[in-house]
Design a protein around this ligand. Sequence first.
Ligand code: BES
Ligand code: ZN
Ligand code: ZN
Length: 491
Amino acid sequence: MKVEFIKAIKIEGAVCAPVFAGNRHSVGADALDEASGGAISRAQKVSRFTGKAGQALEIRSPSGMKADMALLGGAGDRDDADVLVWEAFGASAMKKVQFSGIKTLTFDMRGLDAKAGARAAFGALLAAYRFDHYRTTLAADKQPSINAVRVICSDLAAAKTAFAPLNETANGVYMARDLVSEPANVLHPEEFARRAQGLEEFGVEVQVLDEKDMKKLGMHALLSVGLGSNFGSKLAVMSWMGADDPKAQPLVLVGKGVCFDTGGISLKPGAGMWDMKGDMGGAAAVTGTMRALAGRKAKANVIGIIGLVENMPDAAATRPGDIVTSANGQTIEVQNTDAEGRMVLVDALWYGLTRFKPRQIIDFATLTGAIIIALGHENAGVFSNDDALASALDVAGKTSGETVWRLPISAGYDKLIDSKYADMKNIGGRGAGSITAAQFLRRFVGETPWAHVDIAGTAWKDSSDDPREPTWATGYGVRLMDSFVAQTCED
Ligand code: BES
Ligand code: ZN
Ligand code: ZN
C-alpha cells in the first residue's frame, strides 16, 4: 500500500474528512459539503451521523463532485481525539472503501495536527491487511481495490516524520499476522527460525540454537515438547542494540513458538484443532516487535528469544508421568503433554536471564484456554512479580489499544503445582488454570522484574468489531511492546 502526504487536493477516488461530536465539521468536511452543494449535510441528517467517535458515513458519487465517494468519519470530542481515535477513524474509512472498486483513499486533514493524519494512515494500513497467499481464485468483488492512501495536511514534513516510525510498526504487525496465519506445514520450527534470520536485513543480529546446542545447555523442558516432531526444535535469539549505550542492560522478550499444538500424547479433540497453527502467537509477537523496533531504529537495547517446537504424538514423544530436568536444574513431572507452552517458556526464560542479565523480562504466550474464560478476547492477561512493570504494561496497553488486565500470582497457588515425584508438575487442578501456569513460570524467574502476558484470547479472534483488526490473526503484542519500548526505554 502506497502512503503519500500531499498539500493540494486531488479530487479522485474516495475522500474522507473528520467531523467532531455535535456535528462540528473540520475544514475538510466543510470543503466536501460545499463541493457537493450541501449533499453531505443532507446525507448526515438522514443517517443520524453526528461525529461520534467510530461513526462513518459514505456518500457515493455525490452530484457536483469529482470524487467517487465522500466519507465522513466521526472523531468524537475534539479535545479528546487521541491517537486511538485517529487510528479508528482511518481504519473505519478503509473498511468502507476497501472492496468498492475505488483505488485511492484520501484523508482531508487540513487544520489538524500532523500526528492526526499520520495516525489515520496507520489505522488505514492496519485495516487493509489481508492473508490471501493461498487462494488461487478470488471473486472480483472480494478483491481489495485500494492501493494508495493519501493524506492532505498543512505541515507535510511533520506528518511524514510522524508517519515513518508508524509505518515500521505496521510492518511489524503485518509480519506477526502473517506468521500466525501461516499453516504449520509451511511454518514449522525450522522455517520460523529462517524467517527470524530474515530480520538480519533490518540490522537485527540473529543466532539460532539447534537441538544439539540446547542439549549441551540442559534445556530438556523445551526439548521434551519437540520429541515427537519430525522438525528439529530451535531457539532463535534476535538482538537489537539501538541504545546510545550498547552495553546498557537490555529488555528481554520471550515468546512461545509452538508451531502446532496437537496436545501431544494428551491429544486435543479434533474440532477446532486447526486453530493451533496459531500457538506460536507469542513468538510472532516478539518477532514482529523486533521487526518494528529495528525498522524504526529504536534507541533501545532489546533481545527477542523464541522457543520453536512442534507438539506431536509419536513413539518418541513425551508421555504423561515423564520427569524432565530444566536448564536451571528444577525437575518437572509432565502430567499433561498439552500443557507444553510453560515447558518451552521456562528454558527460554532461563536462557534470557542467564545470558543477558536483563533489566526486565517479558514473555508472550498463547498459554491457556482458561484466560479466554476469564477475560474473553478483550484483554490479554498479565502476571508479574513487579508492580512498576505491571503498571507500565497497563499504560502501554491503554495508549496502543492492545489492552491488558492484571491477574494475581502468589505462593498460595504453589501447592497446586507441587508434585509427588519431582519439584513440580506441569498442571494445577481445575481452578485458576491461567494463574497456576503463571505461578509455574514464576518459579524460574527469581528477582528480575518479569511479566507474563497470556495472549490465548487475543492472538487471534474469529470476529472483531475493531476495524483495525482482521478476522483472524491480530498481531497482538507488537503495538503493545512498541509503545512499551517507546515509553520506558527510549525517553
Ligand atoms: N495452546 C494451548 C492454549 C490455548 C487454548 C491457546 C485455546 C489458544 C486457544 C495450551 O498449550 C494448552 O493446551 N493449554 C491447556 C492447559 C491444560 C492442559 C492445563 C488448556 O488450556 O487446556
Ligand atoms: Zn497445549
Ligand atoms: Zn499450546
